[in-house]
Design a protein around this ligand. Sequence first.
Ligand SMILES: [Zn+2]
Length: 482
Amino acid sequence: MAKILSPFLFILFALNILKADTLFVLDTKKIQNGIELSLSSNINKSDLKISELKDKNSYRKIIDFEATLEGIRTNYDFDEAKISIAQFNPKTTRLVLSADKELESDLSFDKKTLRFTFKSSDNKASKEKKVSSSKTNSKIYITDVSRYDSGITMKLSDDINEDDLKEFSMKNKNSYRTVINFKAILDTGRKKFDLDKNTQIVILQYNPSIARVVINSNKKINTNKIAKDKELFIGLDGVKTDDDFEPVTTKKVQSNKGKIVVIDAGHGGKDGGAINGKLLEKNIVLSLALKIGDELKKKGYKVYYTRANDRFINLRDRTKIANDKKANMFISIHANASPNKKAAASMHGFETFFLSPARSERSKEIAEKENQSDLEEANYFSKQNFLHSLSREKIIASNRLAIDIQRHTLSVLNKKYKVNDGGVREAPFWVLVGAQDMPAVLVEVGYITHPVESKRLANKSYQDLLAEGIANGIQSYFYNNR
Ligand SMILES: [Zn+2]
């Protein structure tokens, strides 16, 4: 592989060496008197930094550990305590237990699961209370608000019912105002978004228990409200043409059909990519890219390929296609290779990478060293520009996409095969840098150098499963991130 001089040398090199593991908190959920975290790998008690703050009327237990929280700050409410989880700083995830008085708490570790629970001071009473008060009394927190298409999407600490949204509309001369109230606590503070020149959407805490979304416009707008999976989307749904600005009706979930996905089969032409005998990475990934495209087309997506045959393409031109087509997603397909023969028998598995500035000294060194191997590309993607151009939103979106693809592919493959879960990783790949305003990931479908995995990768029915899993992951991403 090191013999192939191409812009992908850097990528392949980085893929093989950049194994500095980042621990991810993939999911959190509320359990009896505590929360449970699903992690991307194992963790020990020695990895946690635990501190306590005791005061007369308040108690806080703080647990910090090196991890990236997939998703946003979440608060969990219990009868006598509160637990929050948040990204405390770029490296650290923080759990906080807070209560009026000191509580005993417990941490338990079980494979990739971490449970943080507290002892109820009066178990019986609170249990009974819990049963009677569950659902009806639990507070919903809005933990994150972001702009999405023609509206905003809110992350909630719990599910909300669309029927619980109270909407009314007002008209004053040529300005129209639609107000939507619902029971929730806005954790993020007031936020305002300009949907277009004449339309704004504001979210605020109307009173201690009611959150309010206000849409101001010079047009008579319809609203679109979708509540699902602890998320609430409120946005515009066209403009009314009749004179009466009547109470509006709720429209059903918009499908993701029509989303544009650009699939990039790595390498091509004179650049064969990784090689194992007659097996060439460029051929495997092309076949796979076309299969993934077919799966996506069946689901109603619009698909473009950077290459649909065996030809060489510049690194830059790969993402140019995605930008020109105003794609909603860029996905680059590769197969991995072990760095040497010795390691070939032991290295195997499916991995998904998302673009992120290299944080560790080691990955910086690799990037610098590899930048020298292709000066033209290095100048084009000047390192500083690259780091600055990376928006946090894009990193988070790419991270989410990577997690969805990793999960769904492993789940499809593992029905028939035992495939090593290489996990979700971050790395500064140039091929992903160029994709603007869209999540971009690079998938390493397996090791072409592994005796068993190489045979699978060449096998059409294994490729079908890979394509199905990756397409499912893409579908899931669009579904969850409307
Ligand atoms: Zn490759």
